[in-house]
Design a protein around this ligand. Structure first.
Ligand code: AMP
Length: 302
């Protein structure tokens, strides 16, 4: 079945009873988008791996406000998971996702099986080379450039399939956003890339599907991530960037957290920066907390 209409209530939240069209096949999706494209309706694309939270919904709402047709992809992309990562246990709840997506304004959801995206014989990759994919999460000792190759390959395929006027990404994955901007520019994709702010829980924890892995005690400890980043920014502005990073490390250590990295880099090029200057600085952090590998960041504007 390619198209379905659904009815659901999630918790106490009244869910708008609107139809969202779900496509599993590339050909069906392409066919469905032909009419809107011919009519010059603008298309917004929100790529996701599902298990939606307010971060995803903020992207959908922005797309709804700016575009005539909102397409969300829902695909846990095996190509961006390394060996030993959490592909098999990545949280999934498609029915709930379809409802939340429809409620936030999605018209179309593309939720293909793996074989539809990577059929037998698939042999192509799209990769951004150099520093953008080699530092932070791209460090070979961490997720490595292969992670970003998986991301850019699937996003390039989505851009070709959907032909969006605007594609929406979250600042939560700041490095991913920088890599995708580079890819879109380098390959002349006629798409505007919008990167929207991080949506956080009330206590500051950045929303993430992976927060579902956190046991209650780890969930409490995880608040230290956003606190440390606030500290870094405050100290960087009032003293020096180095003092800020030092204070941030202290804050993490006090919560028993040893970061994989806590680094300050140029927000666009990702080269290391030693002090605040006239360009935005990204302070990015990754750490394992209990069963979850979490990332967070703050963008320090000049
Ligand atoms: P994912 O499903 O984790 O691949 O995320 C899909 C999109 O949602 C990506 O562009 C993410 O950067 C974005 N996103 C994830 N978490 C958040 C958040 N807390 N705030 C804003 N955007 C987010």
């Amino acid at each position: 079945m390619d198209r379905m209409n659904l009815n659901l209530v999630v918790g106490d939240t009244p869910i708008r009873n609107e139809a969202v069209s779900v496509y599993r096949a590339r050909a069906a999706l392409r066919a469905a988008l032909e009419g809107p494209r011919r009519d010059r309706r603008t298309i917004g694309l929100v790529p996701t791996m599902g298990f939606l939270h307010e971060g995803h919904l903020s992207l959908l709402r922005a797309a709804r406000a700016e575009c005539d047709l909102v397409v969300m992809s829902l695909f846990v992309n095996p190509a961006q998971f390394g060996p030993g990562e959490d592909l098999d246990r990545y949280p999934r709840d498609e029915e709930r996702d379809l409802w939340l997506a429809g409620d936030a304004g999605a018209d179309v959801v593309y939720a293909p099986p793996v074989a539809e995206v990577y059929p037998d014989g698939f042999a192509t990759a799209v990769a951004v080379s150099g520093q953008l994919t080699e530092v932070l999460d791209g460090d070979p000792a961490r997720r490595s450039p292969a992670h970003f190759r998986g991301v850019t390959t699937v996003v390039a395929k989505l851009f070709n399939l959907v032909g969006p006027d605007v594609a929406y990404f979250g600042q939560k994955d700041a490095q991913q956003a920088a890599v995708i901007r580079r890819m879109a520019a380098d390959l002349d994709f006629p798409v505007r890339i919008e990167v929207l702010p991080i949506v956080r829980e009330a206590d500051g924890l950045a929303m993430s599907s992976r927060n579902a892995y956190l046991e209650p005690a780890d969930r409490e400890r995880a608040v230290a991530l956003s606190r440390a980043l606030i500290t870094v920014e405050r100290e960087a502005r009032s003293a020096t960037l180095q003092a800020g990073l030092e204070a941030g490390r202290h804050e993490l250590a006090a919560a028993g957290i040893e970061p994989e990295y806590l680094e300050a880099r140029d927000a666009e090029r990702l080269d290391p920066v030693a002090e605040l200057g006239d360009r935005p600085v990204l302070v990015a952090l990754a750490t394992q907390i209990g069963a979850a590998r979490l990332i967070d960041n703050v963008l320090i504007q000049p």
